[in-house]
Each structure stands twice: as C-alpha cells, then as structure tokens.
Design a protein around this ligand. Structure first.
Ligand SMILES: [Zn+2]
Length: 324
C-alpha cells in the first residue's frame, strides 16, 4: 500500500497543507488564512478542519504528518512557543493534532524546512553545506552543514534575523532584543527605521521619503521605488540598510562556511538590483571566509512543504515529536 505524507506550512498569514505521495509529488494542496487572536487552540483547530476536508478518503492512508511552522518553536514538546504576527503563545500543536489523528509527527522551523529542500535540490551538484536566508516581512534562515540540517535545542537554529548588526541598539526588534538585523531591514521594519531616522533628523525632511512618512503613507514598496528614482531620503535610508544587510549576510556566511547561499524572500526578489548594486559588494568587506556562490531559491512558496515532506521521507529522528 502506498504511504502518503501530509505536510503543513504554518505562516503568519496563511496555512498551506499538502499531501505528497512516496515519490514526493503533490497530490493535493489547500491554503487557508491563519486564524488570529490569543487562543492557542485556533491554529490546531483550523488545521484539523482544513485537513479533514482535504483528505477525505486519503485520511486512513496517511501515516505521517510533517509540519513546517513559523517560530520560535519548542519543537521537542511539539509546541509553537510564540507567534508575533498572530498573537497566540504556547500553542499545543502536536498534542491537539494527535488527538485528532494518532500518527507520527515531525515539527521544524519553516525556514529550516526551506533550507533542507534547497540543499536537497543542490546536492547533485556536490553541495554539502548550504545557507538559506529569506528577507520578507521578517528575516529568517536555515542551515545545512556537511549534509546535516542544523536544528538547535528548541528547533530554532539559524533564526538569523536576530543577529546583532548594530551593537548600539538604535532599533528594538519585535522579539525585544536591541540592534537585530530584522529590526532594520525586514519589509515591515524598514518603514519604522525610516520614521526613527527622520524623527531624529538623521534623514533630512527635504525629500519625498520624509513627506510620505509625515503623511503616514510610506510602504516598503515606496521606499525602494523612491530609491530607484534617486530620492535623497530613500538613498540615505537604503545606504544604511545595505550595510546592515551585508553585515547580517556575511555573519551568517562566516559562521557556516557554505558553498551556496540561497537568498530569497519578497524584499530580495522584488529588489534584486538594489542587492546587486549596494549589498553584495559590501559583503566582502566583512567576510572572514571564502565567499560562497549566491543564488535565488529553486523553490517558491512551496519550499517549506517540500522540506517538511523530505524530512518525513528521510525519517530525521531529531525532528520526530515524541511527547504526546
Ligand atoms: Zn529580534
């Protein structure tokens, strides 16, 4: 009998569910909104309802459920510890799912899953060590070193967005820490950083960026549009974030010495010219090891699902959730 692998990708705005066959073809895919609010039961309930509808006659054939989730996690206990964008904490994910369907469960960070998928795709070219970084509404990462996925004590290895790029700590991160890369350069926070620089008169008010800030109309997309148009405020801002991006990226490279750095996420993909012109040339100034090849992701939005399916297929023991 065929064994099917059920997977989920739990993100801040969407939950994706996919059913894979043994050859890792996606047989079914279902996308729902991530429920918001403080109740820790909302997300597990939404998954049970959505998976129940999607699986129907397949349900009895599913032997494993592998889940890639936003973090931070308490992975050994099968818990999502915090969800800054959703507002729930200590979500007893695997406990509730197991009450619904008593099978094997794997749980890992979504960026770790994406990294594993990218490494798997690159391994035929002899790639043994790969770092994946995504810069979008947040900044996340995943690392495979010597063909081994790094996990960490709670499943939060390579939460690279919380690397300190500014020890002065001018900006406070959503996690509470000071000077974190994500606090300056993520899609959400670049506007906050611009507002602080403008408020402190580090960016003058004689430009379009400051005018939009004053009208509370500045968006991440506008920041980059103004930069390409040569707006002085946007150039001053993105010159600064270029340094922070380069510091963050080179810190990650130096830690893990990868052959390949896969750089993705909406902020990168929509503004690749900026990264090529401003960020990549700075990386070498900071690097302590030989530079890797920088590439774009091979997989798009489905990469955490593919990574989760691979983890289950390869039976990565360290990611199996053993508690009830
Ligand atoms: Zn942080």
């Amino acid at each position: 009998m065929n064994e099917f692998i059920l997977t989920a990708d739990i993100g801040g705005s969407k939950i994706r569910l996919a059913l894979f066959d043994e050859a890792l073809n996606i047989l079914k895919l279902k996308i729902t909104q991530t429920p918001r609010g403080p109740s820790p039961e909302n997300i597990p309930r939404a998954i049970i309802e959505s998976a129940g509808k999607m699986l129907r006659e397949y349900l009895a054939k599913v032997k494993v459920f592998s889940i890639a989730s936003m973090g931070p996690l308490d992975a050994k206990r099968g818990v999502i510890a915090k969800t800054p964008t959703v507002g729930a904490e200590n979500i007893p994910l695997i406990k509730m799912l197991r009450e619904w369907l008593d099978i094997d469960y794997y749980l890992l960070n979504d960026c770790n899953a994406a990294a594993y998928a990218e490494w798997w795709a690159a391994r035929n070219e002899g790639v043994k060590s790969l770092v994946y970084i995504t810069i979008s509404s947040g900044i996340g990462g995943g690392v495979v070193v010597d063909n081994h996925l790094l996990i960490g004590k709670d499943g939060n290895a390579a939460e690279v967005g919380h690397i300190v790029v500014d020890p002065i700590g001018y900006m406070k991160c959503g996690c509470g820490g000071l000077g974190h890369w994500e606090a300056y350069c993520s899609g959400v926070n670049i506007v906050r950083y611009a507002a602080r620089l403008s408020q402190d008169r580090i960016i003058e008010n004689d430009n379009e960026l400051s005018r939009l800030l004053e009208e509370e109309k500045l968006t991440p997309e506008e920041v980059y549009r103004l930069y390409y148009a040569g707006d002085r405020g946007a150039v001053a801002l993105l010159d600064r974030t270029a340094t922070f991006n380069a510091a963050g990226i080179s810190s990650v490279i130096t830690c893990y010495d990868p052959e390949v750095l896969v750089l993705g996420g909406a902020v990168v993909m929509n503004n690749y010219r900026y990264f090529q012109e401003k960020v990549f040339p700075l990386i070498n100034n900071y690097l302590g090891v030989r530079a890797p090849r920088i590439t774009n992701p091979q997989f798009g939005e489905t990469s955490p699902l593919i990574g989760a399916a691979l983890v289950a297929k390869h039976k990565l023991e360290d990611l199996l959730v053993k508690t009830s």
